[in-house]
Design a protein around this ligand. Structure first.
Ligand SMILES: [Zn+2]
Length: 306
């Protein structure tokens, strides 16, 4: 189903976090033991390539059979601490897309919500003053429902408002300050030195389609120059925040990414990429199944989706 050459297809997998241990609040979230198993399956089934190399081979019609890439979005510290040692043990390359505004102690707004709800000692949290109703925290399942509802209601608001409202939720929840969840600059440099590829993912992870072209270009270009100065190397790959075509980015965004000097960009649209596809709209998907054969089945059904 995935031949070599001109008819070749590229499967690109997305990961975000790899937790050291399973999280009862997010039982489906990737953790070290599961990631180790996934890496073993990927290595035995697929030809895993660095993304820049895969893009070049894709355009030249020279991809090997069963070509695949591993990518991570956002820049979580566990990518350095947990995922990288596992990847290296399996000899697998990966690309890490970093939102540069959160390096060195920053935190993404959605994590502020997750950690506030996780830590809140109250059975109900009254967020009516923020227009977010009363959230019930009786059980782990309640907390999970509240997290999903809050994230859903806040995701598409302007960056400043999103930050303000999540800080207000943290304050009302009485949540303690958490250690940094995102990578430090030194950790990004260490990953790059270890042969992992670093790509850009904007500065503050906005929904690019919601910004003016001018603002979007600043977000796109600044993350590139920040990483290039940090690494002393060129950064040619970009991942659109949230990544869904015509909801999170559009053709105007694609042109801005091209104008900023990137070589290729990845989305979160499901499916595979072929030689005829726009390399600024590469598809990716998350195979989240816990069992080997379900995971493999999902890889196969993604190949059929093109
Ligand atoms: Zn992201």
């Amino acid at each position: 189903m995935a031949p070599a050459g001109k008819q070749a297809s590229l499967s690109t997998l997305i990961f975000h976090r790899v937790l050291p241990e399973p999280d009862p609040l997010f039982p489906g979230e990737m953790h070290a033991r599961q990631f180790d198993a996934v890496c073993g399956w990927l290595k035995s089934w697929l030809n895993v390539l660095p993304l820049d190399q895969a893009v070049t081979l894709l355009k030249a019609g020279k991809l090997p059979a069963r070509a695949a890439c591993i990518t991570f979005d956002d820049g979580y510290a566990d990518n350095h601490d947990v995922a990288m040692p596992i990847l290296r043990r399996h000899g697998l390359p990966a690309t890490f897309f970093i939102a540069t505004g959160f390096l060195d102690g920053g935190r993404m707004w959605n994590d502020t919500i997750i950690e506030s709800v996780r830590d809140c000692e109250k059975a109900t949290l009254d967020l009516t003053e923020l227009g977010l109703g009363r959230q019930v925290f009786g059980t782990v399942a309640d907390r999970r429902v509240a997290i999903d509802a809050l994230i859903g209601q806040i995701k598409y608001r302007p960056v400043d408002e999103r930050l303000e409202i999540t800080e207000a939720i943290a304050r009302l929840a009485g949540a303690s300050v958490k250690p940094a969840l995102m990578m430090s600059s030194e950790q990004v440099k260490a990953m790059h030195r270890s042969g992992m590829q670093i790509g850009a993912h904007t500065v503050s992870h906005p929904i690019l389609m919601k910004l003016s072209d001018q603002q979007a270009l600043v977000e796109i270009a600044q993350s590139k120059t920040h990483l290039e100065q940090l690494l002393g190397d060129s950064v040619g790959l970009f991942a659109y925040p949230n990544g869904r075509p015509n909801e999170d980015f559009n053709q105007a965004t694609v042109e801005l990414v091209r104008a900023a000097g990137f070589d290729a960009a990845v989305t979160t649209e499901n499916g595979i990429s072929r030689a005829s596809d726009d390399i600024f709209r590469l598809r990716r998907f998350t195979p989240w199944d816990q069992s080997q054969w379900r995971f493999g089945g999902r890889l196969l059904s993604n190949l059929r989706r093109h």
